[in-house]
Design a protein around this ligand. Sequence first.
Ligand code: CA
Length: 244
Amino acid sequence: MPPFAANYPEFDVTVADVENRSVILVVEDEESYQDALNIGLTVEGFVVVGATNIAQARQLMVSAKPDLVLLDIMLPDGSGIDYCRELYDSTRTPVIMVTARSSEVDVVLGLEIGAADYVTKPFRLRELIARIRAVLRRPLANTDEEVVTFGDLRIDFVRRTVIRRGEEIELSRKEFDLLALFASRLGQVVTREVCLDTLWWGLELSDTRTLDTHVKRLRQKIENDPANPRHLITIRGVGFRLDP
Ligand code: CA
C-alpha cells in the first residue's frame, strides 16, 4: 500500500468519477490514523483522499471536491478549528472534527465553528462510519437549490443570506442553519429530533429549550406577527413546518 499522503497531491478527477461513491477528505498528520482511516473507509466503499496538513487540504478541496471532510485539530501548519471555520464560510461541504482531548471537545461544542459532528480519539471505525453516513444524509449538505423564495423571504444557501422585503436580515449561524433546514423541506414537517440531530448533535432530546429559543428568534425575524406565525408553524408534539 502506498504511503497515505505522498500520492495524493497529484489527485485529479478520475478517482472522483468512480461510480458516484462519496469522496472523503481525511486531514490527519498521524500515520497510524491515516492508515487505519484509509483502509477502513475504502473497505466501506468510500473514496479516500488524504492530506497531512491544511495547505494540502486546501488544494484537495479544489481538485478532489470531497463530499465530506474528516478534520484533525492539531495539524503541523495550523489549527483544524480555524480551518473548519474557513470551510464553513467558503463551502457547503460538511466537516466532522476529530478531537484528541476533552478540552478540544469543549472548544468544538462551545464555538459555532460549523462542524457537522465530531469524534474523539481513539474512536471505533464503526461509530465513525455511522456518523459519516448520517452527515452525508443530511439535507443541508445535499440541497441542490441555491435559493429558496417564498412570501417576502429569499434564502440564499450559498451566500448564507436571508433577504426580507429587499433587506438582509441578521441571523446567527445556528439561526441560519435552522431556517435552511426548514427551507430545504419547505411544506414538510421537520421533527424536533431531526432539528436537534442536525444542529445540536450531542444534545439530549429532553433538553429542547435551545431549539425553542431559536425558533422564537427566527419568528421575530421572519414573521409579520411572531405570536401568530404564518410561515414557521409549530406541529405540537412533533416539530415544525415552514410554509411558503
Ligand atoms: Ca494531529
